[in-house]
Design a protein around this ligand. Structure first.
Ligand code: GLN
Length: 268
């Protein structure tokens, strides 16, 4: 009886191992299928690429009064897609999520006012730069904070995974403030307006645009972080052809005036 049990246990285990093996071999057809599509006729009509972006980061990406998802990044990627004969499936995921989507291969690229940084270059390949922005501090309209020294003992708000967050963290000990993270820009601004946090760190053009649109915040003079260039990015070593198309398209829309037209539309 014992022997029988032991034997059937072996049988079950063997079946398990076999099942494990067979599930591995199932990967093969998927690989072959992938190769077929790459070698196949898909290029004739142009490829579809998934590009991830932020949710609310005006004037780069935001939903306008008509409910349309618009902005400098949105228009740039669409103009480049048209120029290069490719189709873009733009997915508004949030900044942190968009970076992760590209890293995990769920998206082919990111356009999200994404700063080209040395740290990110370890995991992303960037396009040519298309915009330059400083990081700035913004405070509630009635705040008396005028310098980094005034942040001593206070809490400040940052957006997860941004270079504004990195900048805030890099000077937090020096000025004696603590950093609180938020997932998106509007929630971060609201926290400062509500008085929970004393200040937030945001890209200057985005902060200025929001204030112009009525956000109850002000930008104190001289509370700036280092400037950075925005670039389109793909996962390192992946999607080189998409990066090439972006760069080629960017060059074309700069040459034909379309790029300036887009930037002017949202900033003038
Ligand atoms: N430019 C900043 C960064 O790349 C913020 C981008 C964003 O919040 N969409 O980190």
């Amino acid at each position: 009886m014992k022997k029988f049990l032991a034997l059937s246990l072996i049988a079950v285990m063997t079946a398990g191992v076999l099942a494990g093996c067979s599930s591995k071999t199932e990967e093969k057809p998927a690989d072959e299928k992938k190769e077929e599509t790459t070698d196949g006729e898909t290029t004739a009509d142009g490829e579809t690429y998934i590009v991830a972006t932020d949710t609310v980061f005006p004037p780069f990406e935001f939903t306008d009064a008509n409910g349309d998802f618009v902005g400098i990044d949105v228009d740039i990627i669409n103009a480049i897609a048209e120029d290069q004969g490719i189709t873009i499936d733009l997915q508004s995921l949030g900044f942190d999520a968009a970076l992760l989507a590209v890293q995990s291969g769920q998206a082919d690229g990111i356009i999200a006012g994404c700063s080209i940084t040395d740290e990110r270059k370890e995991t992303f390949d960037f396009s040519e730069p298309y915009y330059t922005a400083d990081v700035t501090v913004a405070v509630a309209a009635d705040s008396d904070i005028k310098s980094f020294e005034d942040l001593a003992g206070k809490k400040v708000a940052v957006k997860t995974a941004t270079n504004g967050a990195d900048f805030a963290k890099s000077i937090a000990d020096q000025y004696g403030f603590t950093v609180v993270e938020f997932k998106d820009s509007p929630t971060m601004y609201q926290d400062v307006i509500a008085g929970n946090t004393a200040a937030c760190f945001e890209d200057y053009p985005v902060m200025a645009y929001n204030i112009q649109q009525g956000a109850a915040l002000v930008i104190p003079d001289g509370m700036l972080g280092a400037g950075s260039d925005y670039g389109f990015a793909v996962a390192k070593g992946e999607n080189a052809e998409l990066l090439e198309k972006f760069n080629a398209g960017l060059e074309n829309i700069k040459a034909n005036g379309k790029f300036d037209e887009i930037v002017d539309k949202y900033t003038k």
